[in-house]
Design a protein around this ligand. Sequence first.
Ligand SMILES: Cc1cc2nc3c(=O)[nH]c(=O)nc-3n(C[C@H](O)[C@H](O)[C@H](O)COP(=O)(O)OP(=O)(O)OC[C@H]3O[C@@H](n4cnc5c(N)ncnc54)[C@H](O)[C@@H]3O)c2cc1C
Length: 375
Amino acid sequence: MDFSFDVTIIGAGVVGLAVAASVARPGLEVCVVERHDGFGRETSSRNSEVVHSGIYYPPDSLKTRLCVRGRALIYEICAKNGIPHARMGKLVVAARPEEVPDLEELARNGRRCGVDDLVLLSKDELARLEPNVRGEAALLSPSAGIVDSHGLMRYFEGAARSRGAAFLYNREAVSLDPDREGFTVIIREGTETLDFRTRTVVNAAGLGAERIAALAGIDPDRAGYRIRPCKGEYFRLRRRAGTAVNRLIFPVPRLDSGGLGVHVTVDLQGELKLGPNAFYVTTLDYDVDPGHRDQFYESTRPYLPLVEPDDIEPAMAGIRPKLQGEGEGFRDFVIRREEDKGLPGLVNLIGIESPGLTAAPAIGELAAGLVGEIL
Ligand SMILES: Cc1cc2nc3c(=O)[nH]c(=O)nc-3n(C[C@H](O)[C@H](O)[C@H](O)COP(=O)(O)OP(=O)(O)OC[C@H]3O[C@@H](n4cnc5c(N)ncnc54)[C@H](O)[C@@H]3O)c2cc1C
């Protein structure tokens, strides 16, 4: 052991990278440890790339506060640094009359969350705005959009490097040994292991965050940190944006369903995707079951009737690092110093599922503040 860091961030997804960009500064020794050969190889590259407006969750939750702040930061960062993005707006559509009260409640919640540009649309107004979309009413959220998540991550990595952070790719964190001054970290590359000292650890390990917390000595069950992986598959729609829809189209969510409902996303190349569905899994693989085609067709058809079964084909999948199990109530992001667990040098970021991409720059600011309290 012949080197040491002030801050070790475990995980180079969008969250770890955003933390690195916020924390790094000349004179502070910062490193990011990532088990893959580059950044963003897991959940951060397997999502809808939607910049959420922040309307779905309790107003005082971290999910809401960091989403609203993160959205503003993402648009600012993208505009300043030429990162592809589109603030195209989104519609939440009540396809059936019985969904209208829930849509209205969503609008009220969104306003309580500080999203002040929401517009409730009648059936006719919706038809004029999106002629291919059917619904009894809709909620227009003009500030939602899409972002090139890879471009955003490249920006954060570059910003962190330019402020002196080191990136240790192909290195897996396999042991964290806490003591009064910080931690001894053991990382593994192939069959080789290496240990170093660090004053603080930021656990931004996504699906691996429960394991990192456990390596530091935290019992995941007692702490409520058990990750319940929840898969989301996407199907590609063989139509281009503009020929079907011009905005992101979402159904009215059932928040106990594990996701926001199968929606239509537009990517920056104009391709349309349907997804994600949501089901809990015990093994982590990214295969898409072609047998789920009918489920996607049935979920989308009520609000986008032009979709035919032959229009859709399997595309990709991601896995949400959820804290709530099937049928359980709302769980917020865990973002905290673990002083009360006898680990004053540890900042845990656990359960960073959607809207984690949108919230990432704000999570970076918050985590950097927590690290600053320790150092
Ligand atoms: C299907 C789906 C759709 C989504 N859609 C959206 C959306 O439209 N908008 C939005 O805002 N959010 C969305 N999200 C959420 C968003 O993608 C995540 O919140 C975000 O990507 C989480 O980033 P992360 O950096 O925490 O995790 P990750 O990207 O998973 O990064 C964690 C990293 O830690 C590394 N790691 C783990 N263990 C170790 C170890 N022991 N040693 C070294 N490295 C380790 C992993 O290799 C990985 O690279 C979606 C998520 C899913 C699954």
